[in-house]
Write a protein that binds this ligand. Sequence first.
Ligand code: NDP
Length: 287
Amino acid sequence: MTCIDTVVVDGKSLAQDIRSEIAAEVAGLVAGGHRAPCLAVVLVGDDPASASYIKGKRRASGRAGMESVERTLPGNASQADVLATVRELNEDDAIDGILVQLPLPDAVDPNAIALAIDPAKDVDGLHPVNSGLLMANRPGLYACTPMGILEVLDRHGVKLEGKRAVVVGRSAIVGKPVSLLLLHRNATVTVCHSRTQDLAGVCREADVLVAATGRARMVGADWVKPGAAVIDVGVSVIDGKLVGDVDLEAVEGIASLVTPPRGGIGPMTITMLLRNTVAAYRARKGV
Ligand code: NDP
């Protein structure tokens, strides 16, 4: 029986380090006579989870010395209303990044909203121009969670070149973009989904395993190759407790590294949003 000293990633502390770097960068811009970067968040409806996510994002941007504004629309807002808000933010030169909080009400098509955001302000990286730039391995604004995952791997010295990476999940916001980021770093990438056969067997081949399905504790001990780095993106709530796609206790002692469901990838996602906002500001302003 393998027993490895598994590193349980402290995403909160890592995120804090990076946020301090971003705050120093913003302070430098302001000291140089520039205004602070500004993030606009759009909330449609009164979903408490979305409201709490938005509060966290605004608080994080304030702590990094950045400005933020919020546009709140009622839950019965039409697609035209949301599009009008996005266009107004696109045209406002004081706004550098635009984030429309998902999920949106049924009457609003998230693809139409993503398409309406100015790609230069698309800090969620969901506009086809940005996903196209990612596919072409050219600079752009990439989705935040995938970038946070790469940051965790890099800052823990996980080697990617020539390694087998398996990504479970193929969404536009996590699975596909993280697969491309891993591919661009010369990993050999397999993307799995709900129709994959022998999923456990495929996962067992991974040196780097990314689970992004929302299926609670799906990844157990027999899915993980000894010494693999395991990134848990999934979030489920079971009996009021936050649970990931990975059975953390089961993989400890097998994986070399694992991210926990709380304080793992979540704080890194918000941090990458801040970084994207600064990058969007710099690119637009040429500073
Ligand atoms: P989606 O629901 O869009 O995608 C889920 C993916 O998982 C799909 O590709 C689906 O396959 C696949 N899948 C579902 N069930 C299985 C299964 N039994 N076996 C194999 N594959 C399966 O989710 P997201 O990508 O948006 O998010 C994934 C999870 O990550 C969620 O729990 C979400 O809450 C969390 N999340 C966490 C973030 C964070 O910051 N911590 C940020 C973003 C997301 P198929 O395509 O075939 O349907």
